[in-house]
Design a protein around this ligand. Structure first.
Ligand SMILES: [Zn+2]
Length: 287
């Protein structure tokens, strides 16, 4: 079962989907339905609230680009390596077609967006993973873009903020995918050795290979409420351990209690919190 359902919101057809001849959508069509409380919300209200349901508080998925544009100062984001495209090096069955389909549907060439921007007037490097792109899985290009970002940030003496969501390594890229764990880890280490700050924000779900690499290697690890965070899924662990797992296992709150997450930050407080953290570390001369 996918961790985030594609049917989270029943989006109506819009003018873009329908082509140039499509009728402009009626006002009542520009709504989304909260999958938790079934509230019907105007799309612009929903987007303005960073995809948080105003009625029940449920956090719904945001695309990589939405996250970045919501976080940084207006018009400050400069994307890097947008032309790096994934390749089907192994000739994995159905992968090439899947890539084309997901590129078309998401409007993104790969599962991560990287670049630089300003947060409250402070420069930073940013990466943001895309849940709409094969569940934010880490293929060779995802690993390469993140590695290049950390290398650039180390050279330019910039802090890195990373928004993470991932189902893990991308199985269709086999060993090319798995080696990204070591490669990104090396880049994170070199950035750290250059005395620069790295803050990760773990969102639902953060699992698999990214947890075994850059997701858990940040100086400060923040998480969104109730985000699922773990290497293997609970069912696999239960079957292997032959034990019933405690309630809330692998949720952000449980992970924080065990010491793997520093703070849980609601979405509407993240901009302020990240800005404060950047500012605090500038004062200490680390950024
Ligand atoms: Zn709701």
């Amino acid at each position: 079962m996918p961790l985030i359902s594609k049917d989270l919101f029943k989006k109506p057809n819009n003018a873009l989907e329908g082509g140039v001849d499509a009728q402009p959508p009626a006002a009542e069509e520009r709504t989304v339905t909260c999958s938790e409380c079934k509230a019907v919300l105007p799309l612009d209200v929903f987007k303005a609230q960073a995809h948080v349901c105003p009625r029940c508080g449920a956090l719904h998925a945001m695309s990589a680009r939405e996250r970045i544009l919501w976080l940084v100062d207006a018009d400050s984001f400069q994307e890097m390596d947008a032309a790096l495209l994934p390749q089907d090096r192994l000739g994995f069955p159905a992968y090439a077609g899947k890539l084309r389909k997901v590129q078309q549907e998401s409007g993104e060439p790969e599962g991560v967006v990287t670049g630089t921007g300003m947060l409250d007037g402070m420069p930073c490097a940013l990466f943001s993973m895309n849940p709409e792109f094969i569940m934010g899985s880490m293929g060779a290009v995802v690993g390469e873009k993140i590695t290049r970002l950390f290398e650039y940030a180390a050279a330019q003496r910039l802090p890195v903020i990373g928004y993470i969501v991932s189902g893990g390594a991308r199985i269709q890229e086999g060993m090319f995918s798995l080696m990204q764990m070591a490669k990104t880890s090396g880049a994170v280490l070199r950035h750290s050795q250059a005395g620069q700050l790295y803050i990760a924000v773990l969102t639902h779900p953060t699992t698999g290979g990214v947890v075994a690499s850059f997701a858990m290697e940040a100086d400060i690890i923040l998480a969104e409420p109730k985000a699922l965070i773990g290497f293997a899924g609970p069912r696999v662990i239960e079957q292997t351990m032959r034990q019933k797992l405690p309630e809330g296992f692998q949720r952000a709150e449980f992970i924080m209690e065990k010491g793997f997450v520093d703070r849980i930050v609601p979405r509407d407080a993240q901009r302020r919190e990240l800005s404060q953290l950047l500012r605090a570390h500038r004062k200490e001369g680390l950024a």
